[in-house]
Design a protein around this ligand. Structure first.
Ligand code: CTP
Ligand SMILES: C[C@](O)(CO)[C@H](O)COP(=O)(O)O
Length: 244
């Protein structure tokens, strides 16, 4: 069944995938919550830096995807050395990060000179996005203008109230939001021509600020955002599991 779905997706991708595809891998942060001596996007999982796994995931899904990596400008030399050390040959453009995720995405979008196409915006620290999710996000964004990956909640949830109590919430109405968040390039470029607002925790919120509805698609459970030391241990476990 899984194989049949994948074959169908690849067929649809080859048949309908006529727009130019871009992926913006944002890794301009410094991983405060990880608390490691180097930023988490460069930490090794399965002996190679997190970012190499993420870039490779997109490249191996389709080598025609034009890849841009956003990292702090001060890390360019360090990244170059890592690429040499690991003989990393996936082609990508480097762009300087900004003070916030919003600014990093904006810098990345501004670096793309094309005005037409589809762009997947993805956290550099989510190396476990599946090939199927990447393919579907491009297909759906081409049809609907956007494709935001989400997963259902497994636990019950409560909303904290200002009086120090809490109330039950019906979890079937909620989703956890992941990346990639994939868009029509011209629309997302226009959406990012605004002043940054506190509510812009991802790219979907920037897009819908224009009054446009976002289209949700299913993400994959393994696609965690490596944020804290426990996540790194889990990531190492997942990498080991995949190479066995
Ligand atoms: N100025 C920034 C801040 C974040 N990011 C990227 O956005 C993604 C999600 O952010 P997060 O997990 O919060 O990363 P950090 O900001 O590095 O982590 P922390 O909040 O713990 O400092 C990461 O790939 C991160 O590198 C970015 O490109 N530019
Ligand atoms: C974009 C994101 O990964 C979607 O879940 C998330 O909003 C990033 O949040 P952070 O505060 O930058 O970690």
């Amino acid at each position: 069944m899984k194989y049949a779905c994948r074959t169908l997706l690849i067929f649809l991708w080859e048949f309908y995938g006529i727009m130019k595809k871009f992926a913006l891998i944002v890794a301009g942060g410094n991983g405060t919550r990880m608390g490691a001596p180097i930023s988490k996007q460069y930490l090794p999982i399965g002996r190679r830096p997190v970012l190499m796994h993420t870039l490779e995931k997109f490249h191996n899904t389709d080598p025609m995807i034009d890849l841009t990596l956003v990292i702090p400008e001060g890390d360019f030399v360090f990244w170059g050395k890592l690429c040499e050390e690991h003989a990393f040959s996936v082609p990508h453009h480097l762009v300087s990060g900004g003070r916030s995720r919003f600014q990093s995405v904006k810098n990345g979008l501004n670096s793309i000179s094309d005005s037409q196409g589809i762009v997947a915006i993805h956290d550099g620290v989510r190396p476990f996005v599946s090939r199927e999710v990447i393919l579907e996000s491009f297909l759906e964004a081409e049809k609907k203008g956007s494709a935001i990956t989400v997963i259902p909640l497994k636990d019950s949830i409560r909303k904290l109230t200002d009086d120090g109590k809490s109330v039950f919430k019906e979890r079937q109405y909620y989703r956890l939001v992941q990346t990639p968040q994939t868009f029509d390039l011209s629309k997302i470029k226009k959406a990012f021509e605004v002043q940054e607002l506190a509510q812009f925790t991802d790219d979907a919120t920037v897009y819908e600020h224009q009054g446009w509805q976002v289209h949700l698609i299913s993400g994959n459970l393994e696609n965690i955002k490596i944020t804290t030391p426990e996540d790194l241990e889990y990531a190492d476990f997942l990498i080991g599991k995949k190479s066995n």
